[in-house]
Design a protein around this ligand. Structure first.
Ligand code: ADP
Ligand code: ASP
Ligand code: MG
Length: 405
């Protein structure tokens, strides 16, 4: 049993869909049962979001889900047809038909369980099953989406529900790199990563694997093979031409495995909230389903970083904040986050100091710093984020490259 996921760029046009169909058929010929999870073609999801914004600056979240799920439905049907054209016996299913049950948090839903009965029935009939990524259905039978990049999560959840040992995530890059190879030409592919390392990289903004998918894989013990769609099927050592994410023997503590960044964040600060007001602020954000990361409350000072990725009603949230809190809550919209990731990198403050020194030497002044046991994050001017990634990659990774398998 093999579960393969193909991202949007891998199915961006008819030729690419046909190539994916050929790879699926090759997998089938190698004797596997195959479940294929597919993303929307190319920039379809972005285009649909832009369309929604033209109709409504604060689009209703349920209706957004109705719209966005159409993207993956198009891709699944076309891929299924392309496989049939090659003589394969394929059938496509929406998330709902595949039994992907989620909570009802529209646009950013979480998978609660998978009941893949129809998928199993079709596999038993010898069919290739094509599943629409990024979508599910709530207990109330409302259609939901899983947040940007959510097809990865669909694939891992399917692999777990079907008892597959691993899940192939096929994309335009041949694995997880030490930094986004589009930003850092010197970035190298990492052969093996632990779940924790990968999850931190994903949460810090490395788009190649979705953070929730990695969390799911870790929970269910599914290995992830991140590979290029253009690369061959995994051989005996899939880390030779891709990245394998699973439980690994620990690296030398303090090894930095990668640098990741996120530009599309806003920072909320509340200078003098009364204790109750701080909670009222979080309550308001929850009521608008705003997902925060990195909350800090010290005395009467609160800061919160919010990723814009799944925030589609920003104007409405801003208006609600102003109405309720006036000037007490400020929104900083000029910063981005740059992070270095590795187990035990904060055993001492050496890495924090080293990173700050490197940034300052490059003329980049960090506005804020936050650490966890796996990560150091600096907030810098948004226009400096890419340069900061290159500076930190040079300072941490290129200096120690030999340490990474
Ligand atoms: P897909 O459509 O296949 O899901 P994504 O666009 O979501 O693909 O993710 C792949 C992209 O992630 C790559 O094109 C690359 O530019 C970017 N990326 C960011 N960080 C990394 C990283 N550390 N390693 C590899 N790719 C990365
Ligand atoms: N099509 C969705 C997105 O663009 C899901 C995915 O690609 O994983 O976010
Ligand atoms: Mg993706």
């Amino acid at each position: 049993m093999v579960v393969q996921k193909y991202g949007g760029s891998s199915v961006a046009d008819v030729t690419r869909i046909q190539r994916v169909a050929e790879r699926v058929m090759a997998t089938r010929r190698a004797g596997h049962d195959v479940v294929v999870v597919v993303s929307a073609m190319g920039d379809t999801t972005d285009d649909l979001l832009a369309l929604a914004k033209q109709v409504s600056p604060n689009p209703d979240r349920r209706e957004l889900d109705m719209l966005l799920t159409a993207g993956e439905r198009i891709a699944m049907a076309l891929l299924s047809m392309a496989i049939r054209e090659l003589g394969g016996d394929a059938i496509s299913f929406t998330g709902s038909q595949s039994g992907i049950i989620t909570n009802d948090r529209h646009v950013d839903a979480r998978i609660i369980e998978v009941r893949p009965f129809r998928v199993q029935d079709e596999l038993a009939r010898g069919r290739i099953v094509v599943v629409a990524g990024y979508q599910g259905v709530s207990y109330r039978r409302e259609v939901t989406t899983l947040g940007r990049g959510g097809s990865d999560t669909t694939a891992v959840a399917m692999a777990a529900a079907l008892g597959a040992e691993y899940c192939e995530i096929c994309s335009d890059v041949d694995g997880v790199y030490t930094a986004d190879p589009r930003l850092v030409p010197a970035a190298r592919r990492i052969g093996t990563l632990s779940y924790e390392e990968t999850q931190e990289l994903a949460e810090a903004g490395a788009k190649v694997l979705n953070a929730q998918a990695v969390e799911f894989a870790k929970e269910k013990g599914i290995a992830i093979y991140a590979r290029a769609t253009a690369s061959p099927l995994p051989g005996p050592d899939p880390s030779a031409d891709g990245t394998v994410v699973r439980v690994h023997p620990p690296r030398m503590p303090g090894t930095v495995v990668g640098v990741a960044s996120e530009k599309d964040v806003i920072v909320l600060t509340a200078a003098r909230p009364e204790p109750v007001e701080g909670r009222a602020l979080l309550g308001l954000l929850d009521a608008h389903t705003v997902a925060g990361k990195q909350l800090h409350v010290v005395g009467d000072h609160l800061t919160l970083v919010v990723s814009r990725e799944n925030l589609h009603e920003e104007a409405r949230v801003r208006a609600a904040l102003t109405t309720r809190f006036g000037d007490a809550v400020r929104i900083l919209d000029t910063l981005g986050a740059v992070s270095v990731v590795g187990a035990g990198i904060n055993a001492s403050f050496e890495n924090v100091r080293r990173g700050a020194d490197a940034l300052e030497a490059a003329g980049i002044a960090p506005q804020a710093t936050a650490t966890s046991s796996f990560r150091i994050t600096w907030m810098v001017e948004r226009g400096k984020v890419e340069e900061a990634v290159r500076v930190l990659h040079r300072g941490f990774i290129e200096a120690q490259q030999a340490l990474l398998p």
